[in-house]
Design a binder for this molecule. Structure first.
Ligand code: F6R
Ligand code: MG
Ligand code: MG
Length: 365
């Protein structure tokens, strides 16, 4: 019997501003998912939040891209939008880009990461959820987890991991995808996934074809054709046995890598691994945060969560984030703190250009 794990998320209203989640939205979402569990649509669920993003973690037996499950998530986001409107929360319904559900939430605003698999004897999974950044944030950690022997000892010394993994990479601007085999094609893989705005690691598989990890790769700006909020992605990773250990999966986050997002989705900043209680980005609307919830699956039931970054061994990463944040902030409106012009989500450039159009003079030579 196969089980499907679906993580579907959206920002349907922030408290206060774009900072955090109001408890009423968690309650409203939980009420709906509880009904769905009673009716047998879901096996189990867990609702949480990272910053202003509402995260629906659901298990069921309907497979990925299932109409009923996606419809359920869409209805939950709509119901929560009503609560957000009533409380006049900030940006109520901001990620619901479409008004009519058409069978699948992909391309409608919410972020989606889903995988279907046969539950193992013991099935440890971890779910990463980030705020104030975008989908490319997972490229570096997914590379380290499944392909870097300095991160994942098992690639070298565990017979179950030694063969390496396959990466499914999506070109979100060219609308195409490709599979890379590692370690054989490491350098080819890196040519692409180093460009985190365009080439996104969508999934990782074992060499015998089992799903190991899946991420949300929705880019709101590409869907809407204009800035409508950051994508604030999620990523699910299966752990232990033929997959990397939990400790190998979280190890990349001890090095706070620099991601795009932060204030107005237009700045680079360090990704700070935090416990749930600290997933409320406030300083300059950041710095970007990532939480990690671990679960043991038991016949599809979500046993947990275990708040993985609630651990003093990530204190130094958090401290380093603050040091990097201080340094980057001092650059103010200058690159490389501010994103390059064509990557910025907010810009006054067209207006300023229009205002000054008569004042530009040709250079003499
Ligand atoms: C970034 C983000 C915030 C907002 C900023 C301005 O992803 O959500 O940094 O961009 O707070 O928000 P508005 O334009 O809604 O006032
Ligand atoms: Mg928001
Ligand atoms: Mg957000």
């Amino acid at each position: 019997d196969k089980i499907t794990l679906s993580v579907i998320k959206a920002d349907v209203g922030g408290y206060v501003g774009h900072c955090a989640m109001h408890g009423e939205l968690i309650l409203e979402a939980s009420r709906h998912l509880d009904d769905a569990r009673s009716q047998g649509v879901l096996v189990d669920y867990h609702v949480t939040a990272c910053g202003d993003d509402l995260e629906l973690i659901m298990t069921h037996s309907h497979g990925v891209d299932n109409r009923d499950v996606h419809h359920l998530a869409w209805e939950v986001f709509e119901a929560c939008t009503e609560v957000a409107k009533k409380l006049k929360l900030y940006g109520a319904g901001q990620d619901l880009l479409s008004h009519a559900f058409s069978g699948n939430v992909r391309g409608m605003g919410p972020g989606v990461a889903e995988m279907e698999f046969v539950e193992r004897e013991s099935e440890p999974i971890v779910i990463f959820m980030a705020d104030k950044t975008s989908a490319g944030a997972w490229n570096l950690p997914l590379y380290k987890i499944f392909a870097d022997p300095f991160n994942t000892a098992g690639l070298v010394i565990a017979p179950t991991l030694h063969a390496g993994f396959r990466y499914e990479v999506h070109d979100v601007k060219g609308h195409q995808k490709i599979l890379f085999s590692t370690p054989e094609e490491l350098y080819d893989l890196l040519v692409f996934i180093g460009a985190t705005g365009r080439y996104l690691v969508k999934a990782v598989y074992t060499k015998d074809g089992e799903i190991a990890a899946v991420s949300s790769t929705e880019r709101l700006a590409l869907i809407a054709g204009k800035y409508v909020g950051k994508d604030d992605p999620v990523c699910v990773v299966r752990c232990q046995g033929k997959f990397p250990a939990v400790g190998e999966v979280v190890e990349p986050f001890s090095m706070p890598h620099i991601v795009e997002g932060w204030m107005r989705g237009s700045h680079y900043g360090p990704l700070m691994p935090v416990p749930l209680s600290q997933a409320r980005p406030t300083r300059f609307d950041g710095p970007p945060r990532v939480i990690c919830l671990g679960f043991q699956l038991a016949n599809g039931h979500l046993v947990g969560p275990c708040d993985i970054f609630d651990d003093p061994s990530f204190n130094e990463a958090r401290r380093l984030c603050n040091v990097i944040a201080d340094h980057l902030r001092r650059h103010g409106p200058f690159e490389p703190h501010r994103l390059p012009m064509d990557e910025m989500e907010y810009t006054t450039l067209p207006q300023v250009m229009a205002k000054l159009q008569d004042r530009w003079q040709p250079l003499e030579n």
